[in-house]
Design a protein around this ligand. Sequence first.
Ligand code: ADP
Ligand code: MG
Length: 594
Amino acid sequence: MSRIKLMPETLASQVAAGEVVERPASVVKELVENSIDAGACHIEVRVQRGGISLIRVIDDGCGMDRDDALLSLERHATSKIASIDDLAAISTLGFRGEALPSIASVSRFRLTTREHDAIAGTEILVNGGRIDTVRDGGEAPGTQIEVRSLFFNVPARRKFLRSETTEARNVEHQFHLQALAHPEIAFTLVRDDKPVGQLPKSTSLRDRIRDLYGAQLLHDLLELTALERAGVRISGYIGRAGVSRQTRAQQFAFVNGRAIESPMVTAALREGYHTALMRGQYPITFLFIEIDPCEVDVNVHPAKREVRFRDAGKVREAVVAAVQRTLASAREDWQQKFAPAATASSSPPVQNEPRTLPVIPSEAERSQGSYLSALPQDSSAVLGMTEKAPKREKARSTENEQPAFQIIGVLNRLYVLMENAEGLVLVDQHAAHERVLFEQLRRRMEEQGVPAQRMLLPQIFSLPPRDAEWVERNVATLQKMGIGVEPFGPNSFRIESLPAFLEVSDAAAFLREIIDELKSTARSTSPLRLGEDMIAKTVCRHAVKANDELNNPEVEKLIRDLLACDLPYCCPHGRPTMIQISLAELEKKFGRKV
Ligand code: ADP
Ligand code: MG
């Protein structure tokens, strides 16, 4: 007896729905994508009880005639691709012809649609995949889809739904994704009859971000320095250094207008931020990648969340470069804040000479922990340097201009208070010194490689075969990082030298750690980057501490050194070094201005 049977169409749709429709948010995604593909100018999303009892999406797009409306509910029916060649270069959000039949098979579904020049529209009612009614409908031109009682006929699926609040939050996130990708479309979100998002059609992403998240967030963002490299265009906004979140909730990435989830892009963003991001934190990004559609495969996952790039390395490099450039350019903002009085606009008189502090540290205090006297010696000891660190070669517009500020004092032996043209600046002296040391060490590493220090007693250690093989292959790279190892019998090595700036008590343990880290990071992690990580970890120990009392010239030197850094505004661990409080903010606080 034959056991194989063709599935009835409805069952096949319900099975397929398992992949496309996971929760109310996926329904919203598919329906809104269809509206966008239909050229809508305004899209309204309404949900009741987190979308579990009702989802309604209304658009003013092209609409469908009766034949198309019926066809749209058939599986594999689409107006978006016709041949395999089309699949190679998708420019619409949909293309699989699965969403409508899938959704209709697991809900009570109503479609009304009307073309703009048609006298009458069409209304179709579907119940768990079965078409119940087809009749004339009198709605406005465009398409309206109503999805009630999601998964009413798939109890197994319904059980996996979360609370209404959680589902509503997922819907909202999805709504944000679509709205960010299309600022030129007006969007409305109504939740349980209350409007929760009203986004007018806007001309720019900037306006859309402001309408969604408020002006304060915009203040924390930097516009990505537009970058086009090997056919990859990067644009959008990213959080300033030191601005981050504990979750990835505000890390948005789009490829050709499609929101994507990509570990590669996440890693590239991280790499771009590097020392400007705190450990365990996530950057805020509105990253837009534009690339020839034939260079990216969007047909990886039925929900079209993932994409595959033909040349992932190229995309990765473009993202890293765009983020790095943007963060580096932000230093100009800070330089502006310290522009000399002559060029600053409405500035109070600011002296270049530091003012003598009323309280001068005692001789004893000075000899204990002096930045001026201790830093050069300390850092040369740390660096193993004999000569002075070479001067920066990079030309800077403000090279000759001394930053203008006036030190007011030091609060709690940690926060330097100063006045600049804009108002009050607070500097964390420890974080500031970390940044200065970090950049000195890095520059030296770039120019001369990591200085190595021979070990008095070379240490022998063994590794599991795969790690041993890895070390053998990377002896030269390790050498550049100041780690001298030599094979010493099968799966054994001898450590001859280590980076001079490191204080390592257990060389073998240190090396195992480095190997793990190197192996787990991306292929292209350069020895330089790893060296940077090592430096970032160690500078903390050498930087002036919170309680070290600095005298006035020391503080001033520290600030000047800081302002000359590439990323002066955050320490190598991504924490801010400076906080500006403007006079306007103070006036507001004191009620002088409303
Ligand atoms: P796909 O989007 O992959 O083509 P769908 O099942 O989502 O598949 O939709 C099937 C077809 O129905 C689409 O190709 C499109 O022609 C039509 N369609 C769906 N939604 C709309 C809409 N809101 N406005 C106009 N046409 C629509
Ligand atoms: Mg679709």
